[in-house]
Design a protein around this ligand. Structure first.
Ligand SMILES: [Zn+2]
Length: 301
């Protein structure tokens, strides 16, 4: 298996070998038949022949995946975080939450990072909780988001009482999970009936396909930190299986990028998609949109 060096995929300062890998079936439909879309860092990026889910297999075992994140969070200081403004992503997701939950309530963000999303909801109307593994990020959130309750750990390590949340948000989190189906079932239990689940996740499989013809496209799947690439057909199916209804799919706004040229390129690629999306009243999701937002509510008992 791959010998990993300091690179885009890892910020470790020493090389390491991946020793334990495991073959996995499709997490959504459990089928084992697949096509290989591409390879990255020696890992297959597969597409389920049955349901179309795109996933990495074999994957590093759970204890080895951690090594791909070494140094990632400590290299970002709180000072870096403080200079980041609230971007288009956070503003868009705030609009979605306010449209579907205008009354406010208990808001939980899984993987809250430096708190840029939660910070927008500081108000008597909202009770805020953040779950995050990066200790230095948590310290920053504690200083800058008044009244927030913070839990250090992963979604699997955290636990909340059933029906204890009115809105749960996961931004750039689900694609890192080994068992997204288990995670969605788990967090849906934490939602009160009528509660809102909102997930933002990359949707780049079509760019990865395009690399066959344009190998120099600067697009990375980010295997094996990213283990999945969800789509407007697979992620709503996950939501339905978790017991979520009134599920809607939107094109995500671009993440802010380093430098104006990068931002311009990203907006340039996404602009036709956002335009088509708006012109078709949200019915058409561009296959080169690079990220999607899916939201739905837990069934009322
Ligand atoms: Zn499948």
């Amino acid at each position: 298996m791959p010998s990993v060096k300091k690179s885009f995929y890892t910020t470790v300062d020493h090389d390491f070998e991946v020793e334990h890998v495991e073959e996995v079936a499709c997490n959504l439909c459990h089928a084992t038949a697949y096509d290989v879309l591409a390879q990255e860092l020696g890992f297959d990026i597969r597409e389920c022949s049955n349901c179309g889910l795109v996933y990495v297999s074999p994957q590093p075992a759970a204890n080895e995946i951690k090594r791909f994140y070494e140094g990632m969070y400590t290299s970002q200081t709180a000072a870096d975080a403080a200079t980041r403004s609230i971007g288009a992503v956070e503003r868009h997701l705030k609009r979605v939450v306010l449209a579907r939950k205008p009354e406010g309530g208990r808001l939980l963000e899984i993987g809250c990072g430096y708190g840029n999303f939660l910070r927008q909801f500081v108000s008597p109307r909202w009770t805020l909780t953040g779950v995050e593994t990066a200790t230095n990020a948590l310290a920053h959130v504690r200083r800058t988001v008044p009244g927030v309750t913070l839990v250090e750990g992963t979604v699997e390590e955290s636990d909340f009482p059933p029906a204890s949340q009115d809105c749960i948000v996961m931004i750039a989190v689900l694609e890192h999970m080994k068992d997204p189906k288990g995670v969605l079932a788990r967090v849906t239990r934490w939602l009160a009936p009528g509660g809102l689940l909102l997930v933002q996740t990359p949707y780049i499989a079509n760019f990865i396909r395009a690399k066959r013809w344009f190998p120099k496209l600067p697009i990375h799947f980010e295997a094996p930190r990213h283990l999945f690439d969800f789509s407007p057909s697979t992620l709503p199916r996950y939501f339905a299986e978790a017991g979520l209804r009134d599920v809607r799919t939107e094109i995500a706004r671009p993440y802010s990028s380093t430098g104006p040229l990068g931002s311009l390129l990203i907006w340039g690629v996404k602009a036709p998609g956002l335009l088509l999306y708006a012109l078709t009243g949200g019915r058409y999701v561009y296959p080169y949109s690079s990220a999607i937002v899916v939201h739905g509510v837990r069934e009322r008992a």
